[in-house]
Design a protein around this ligand. Structure first.
Ligand SMILES: [Fe+2]
Length: 339
C-alpha cells in the first residue's frame, strides 16, 4: 500500500461559548487567531506550517467536530477515498475549504468524522510575524506557554482494538502499543501513528452509548523545561492541572493535562521516542507497568476518564466488567499502593 497519510493537520472542536474558548486559547495557551468567519474561529500555533491547526465552532456541548489529516500526495487522497468507500463508508467530497483544496469527509465506524486533503495553503507570515529563521513559519511566540504546533488527538471508542485495526487497515496507521488491564483481558487504550512519533491518534475505551467522542487534544512544546514552566504559568493564571506534569510510559512523552472553558481536556506534551520501523509489532502494556505514568507512582485522577461530549458513563470503562476491574481501570495504581 502507498503511504496514505502524512500527518494531523487541524482539529475542529465545539464549545457552547466560542468567545470564551478563543480567549482561553489566545491568552492562556498563546495560540493566535488567524481568521474569523461568522460561525468559526481559526487559530494557529507559531510553528504550524499551514494557516491554522485549531478551529473553534459553536455547539451545545464540547466535542470534536472534525479531525483533518493531510495525505502524502494527490494520488494518496484518491486512494484513501477508495479504501474508505470499499469498507462501505460514505465519503463526501468538498471542492474547497478555507486554507486547503479538495477534500473528502467521512464518519468512521466509531462515529468520528475525519477529513482528508492534499492541497493546502502554506502559512506565510507577514512582516509583523515573520521569523528571522527560514525554517520557522512564524517567529516564536512571546507568550509563556505557546506550543510550537498541534501534536495529536485522542478519541474514545467502544472497541479499542477494533478502532486501531480499522484505521490501520484502511488508512495505514501503524499500531504502536496497547494497554490491557492487569486484572482482565480488556484493552483500554491504544496509540496509532502516521509518522515516527508514538501517536498522532490515540483511542481510549468508551463505555458510553455516545459514538464519536474525544478524550483530549494535544499540542507540542520543544522541551520539558517549557512544559514545566507552562504548567506553572497556567496554575498562576487560573488553570488548574488535571494530571501531570509527568511522563507517559507509552511513547515516553512528558505530559500535562488541563481543561479549556468548555471543559474539553487539553494536553501539552514533549519528548518521546522516534520510531521508524515499518513492520512494528505493537507492544502490550499494563497500567502497573507504567503505561500512563512511567514512574508508576501517581494515580490517574478519575476525571481523566471523562470524554466529550459528556456522558453519564465515563470513558475507559465497560458495562459488565467486574467492579474490581473497573476500579483498577479508573485507578490503576491503587493496587501498587496496597501492595
Ligand atoms: Fe495524549
Amino acid at each position: 500500500m502507498i503511504k496514505l497519510l502524512s500527518h494531523l493537520a487541524h482539529l475542529e472542536i465545539t464549545t457552547p461559548d466560542v468567545e470564551a474558548s478563543v480567549r482561553f486559547y489566545e491568552q492562556q495557551m498563546g495560540l493566535r487567531v488567524f481568521a474569523r468567519e461568522e460561525d468559526k474561529v481559526y487559530l494557529r500555533a507559531w510553528g504550524d506550517y499551514y494557516n491554522y491547526s485549531l478551529v473553534i465552532s459553536e455547539a451545545a456541548e464540547p466535542g470534536l467536530a472534525v479531525m483533518a489529516w493531510r495525505t502524502s500526495s494527490a494520488e494518496a487522497l484518491e486512494e484513501a477515498a477508495k479504501r474508505v468507500e470499499a469498507k462501505g463508508v460514505d465519503v463526501t467530497w468538498i471542492e474547497k475549504s478555507p486554507g486547503h483544496g479538495r477534500s473528502f469527509v467521512f464518519t468512521g465506524p466509531y462515529g468520528h468524522t475525519m477529513e482528508l486533503f492534499w492541497e493546502v495553503e502554506k502559512y506565510q507570515a507577514d512582516g509583523e510575524h515573520a521569523s528571522v529563521f527560514p525554517d520557522r513559519p512564524e517567529r516564536r511566540s512571546q507568550h509563556a506557554v505557546s506550543p510550537r504546533q498541534l501534536d495529536h488527538v485522542t478519541v474514545a471508542a467502544s472497541d479499542v482494538r477494533g478502532f486501531a485495526d480499522w484505521y490501520s487497515e484502511v488508512l495505514g496507521f501503524r499500531i504502536m502499543a496497547y494497554t490491557v488491564l492487569d486484572e482482565a483481558p480488556v484493552t483500554v487504550f491504544s496509540v496509532i501513528t502516521t509518522n515516527e512519533k508514538s501517536h498522532d491518534l490515540g483511542v481510549v475505551l468508551d463505555g458510553s452509548d455516545r459514538p464519536g467522542r474525544v478524550n483530549h487534544i494535544a499540542f507540542w512544546v520543544d522541551s520539558r523545561e517549557e512544559l514545566l514552566q507552562g504548567a506553572d504559568i497556567l496554575m498562576e493564571n487560573g488553570t488548574p492541572m488535571e494530571y501531570g506534569p509527568s511522563i507517559h510510559g507509552i511513547g515516553e512523552q512528558s505530559f500535562l493535562y488541563f481543561r479549556d472553558p468548555s471543559t474539553l481536556r487539553v494536553e501539552v506534551n514533549t519528548g518521546g521516542y522516534r520510531n521508524y520501523v515499518p513492520d512494528w509489532e505493537p507492544n502490550v502494556w499494563t497500567p502497573s507497568a507504567g503505561s500512563n505514568n512511567l514512574y508508576r507512582n501517581g494515580a490517574m485522577p478519575m476525571s481523566m476518564t471523562e470524554s466529550f461530549p459528556p456522558s453519564d458513563a465515563p470513558s475507559a470503562t465497560e458495562e459488565g466488567i467486574h467492579p474490581d476491574t473497573r476500579e483498577a481501570l479508573l485507578n490503576p495504581y491503587a493496587k501498587q499502593g496496597r501492595g
